[in-house]
Design a binder for this molecule. Structure first.
Ligand SMILES: Nc1ncnc2c1ncn2[C@@H]1O[C@H](COP(=O)(O)OP(=O)(O)OP(=O)(O)O)[C@@H](O)[C@H]1O
Ligand SMILES: [Mg+2]
Length: 506
């Protein structure tokens, strides 16, 4: 019997770190095969090898029983591989069709044959239930639809094996379900899917098989019908993880953040926050629940100073800060941004430099305006140790860190700042389950220190686990406020779709 894909003894080292350490893995056609494991376990590295972005130090790969060696993605695409990147590589000003054919235009006398391309895209879209219109501009599409453009792009190039590295991290629950339907329809028609996620319910829901990696090695090869999230977790982290936190009772301190009648517009001049008021006290975690795109980003950006306030006032410890520049606000606000690569870090800088951002005036970091290299290293190593950030050396480039470890570095820095207000936007995005548990405990400790936390998360369980109060945001307005101790998931769900207001008022 021939496997769709086989890895034999794949080894990939970076310095003295073995990111992939003799990986053997065989995958049949038609499988949706999850690859799971802790941050830094080697998942992305293995996928990058498969896609031809990296060459292995040793080991072999087989596709349909034939040995393959990929020097670049062009080679792997020719062999039937397709990768849906997490950072979408689409041109916003191009149409769907222009994006799809970019790099592989069907030519008739050397010209782009638009009609053939349109026809092909419509057929593929129909065949796999993508619902794409080739003529619309990608820049106007929601994230979930852009992802479908990435998928159709791989299908257009005749991909048989699709790689999706954390494709659900940025999707709403509805978009995620839509993606899963597409994956099932792909595999029903004989294609093979490799799927990376940190969410074990997704593993159980959509995949037929799961392979667990730990420290670059395969620790388990499971059929999802024969396993459960607990077993997968034990194979991933070597222990049980409950995701329950020890949360002391709420002790209200003085008001830290007060937002009054806030108005915020987006780049296009559309009002995204339409008169919103809220407050957060010391010792309190206020969670913002809502379907992505209802104004969460604009609210957060207005509070931290990344976006102008168009009306209303923001007070921090009784001082109006609505028009205070970002740099001055950041001495009082710790901020974990939603997008770790564009706002939270300098990816070309070293891990040490990223960790010390904002600590420049601390004696351990600088003396008489001279940076203390030994002190910086010591400080960075402390954070790396405390937060379990996987690095080969503290002075390596941030861009070499795995996605989840980059996130952990930002969380470590911002929690260590310990400012009176923490704005945490998707704090555990891309983080493995064991580290999520740790971060939850750190957030609770922050609260126990009497500080205020504004938590924004697409994960309703996260909101319900951590918050004292939950505010539901719908179309730029508060749709409701709930005490987290009595919050019901389905009520919150209704509020998030605007249905609850309707039923209450009429
Ligand atoms: N280009 C590189 N240079 C140096 N080290 C690297 C490079 N790419 C990856 N690594 C290291 O290899 C290890 C595995 O990284 P990889 O990105 O494969 O992890 P992952 O399983 O995808 O983790 P995550 O869940 O956080 O995305 C990490 O310790 C990472 O720092
Ligand atoms: Mg990864």
């Amino acid at each position: 019997m021939t496997y769709a894909l086989e890895f034999r003894g794949i080894v990939k080292r970076f310095g003295n770190l073995a990111a992939n350490d003799h990986i053997d893995l065989a995958i049949n056609s038609g499988e949706i095969h999850s690859i799971v494991g802790e941050n830094g376990a080697g998942k992305t590295t293995l996928m990058n090898i498969l896609y031809g972005l990296y060459q292995p130090d040793s080991g072999e790969m087989y596709i349909q029983g034939r040995r393959v060696e990929f020097k670049s993605p062009a080679d792997s695409i020719r062999a039937g591989l397709g990768m849906v990147h997490q950072q979408f590589m689409l041109f916003p000003s191009f149409t769907v069709a222009e994006n799809v054919i970019f790099g592989s235009e069907p030519s008739r006398y050397g010209l782009i044959d638009r009609r053939t391309a349109y026809k092909k895209i419509r057929e593929l879209s129909e065949q796999y239930g993508l619902g794409l219109d080739p003529a619309v501009k990608v820049g106007n599409l929601p994230v979930g639809t852009r992802q479908k453009v990435e998928i159709v792009k791989t299908l257009y190039r005749k991909a048989n094996i699709l790689i999706l590295d954390e494709p659900t991290a940025v999707l709403t629950p509805q978009e995620r379900d839509g993606l899963f339907d597409i994956l099932r329809s792909l595999t029903a028609q004989g294609k093979t899917v490799l799927f990376i996620t940190h969410k074990l319910n997704e593993v159980m829901d959509v995949s037929t098989h799961a392979t667990v990696l730990r420290n670059g090695r395969v620790t388990a090869n499971l059929r999802t019908v024969d396993t459960n999230p607990e077993e997968i977790t034990r194979n991933m982290v070597g222990r049980d993880v409950m995701l329950m936190v020890e949360k002391p009772p709420f002790m209200s301190g003085p008001e830290v953040l007060k937002v009054v009648d806030l108005l915020v517009k987006d780049e296009m001049g559309h009002e995204r926050i339409k008169g919103m008021s809220l407050n957060i006290h010391g010792g309190e975690i206020v969670g913002i629940a809502g379907v992505a795109g209802n104004g969460q980003s604009e609210l957060v950006e207005a509070i931290v100073g990344l976006r102008p306030v168009d009306g209303g006032e923001i007070f921090l410890n009784q001082v109006a800060i609505s028009h205070t520049p970002l740099v001055d606000r950041r001495t009082e606000i710790s901020y974990i941004p939603e997008d770790r690569t564009s706002v939270g870090s300098a990816v070309d800088a070293r891990v040490t430099e990223n960790l010390m951002m904002g600590f420049q005036t601390q004696p351990i970091i600088s003396k008489n305006q001279f940076l203390q290299n030994a002190g910086i290293l010591k400080f960075a190593r402390q954070l790396i140790e405390q937060f379990g950030i996987k690095v080969s050396t503290a002075s390596e480039r941030m861009s070499n860190l795995s996605g989840g470890n980059m996130q952990k570095a930002i969380v470590a820095r911002e929690l260590t700042h310990g400012h009176p207000l923490l704005v945490a936007d998707q704090p555990t995005r891309g983080v493995d389950i064991g580290s999520i548990e740790f971060i939850y405990q750190q957030l609770i400790n922050y609260r126990s220190d009497g500080k205020a936390i504004l938590l924004v998360s697409a994960d309703l369980n996260e909101i319900m686990t951590l918050s004292d109060r939950i505010l539901v945001l719908f179309e730029g307005k508060l749709a409701g406020e709930v005490d987290a101790r009595t919050a019901q998931e389905n009520t919150l769900g209704l509020m998030m779709t605007g249905a609850w207001i309707g039923s209450k008022n009429g």
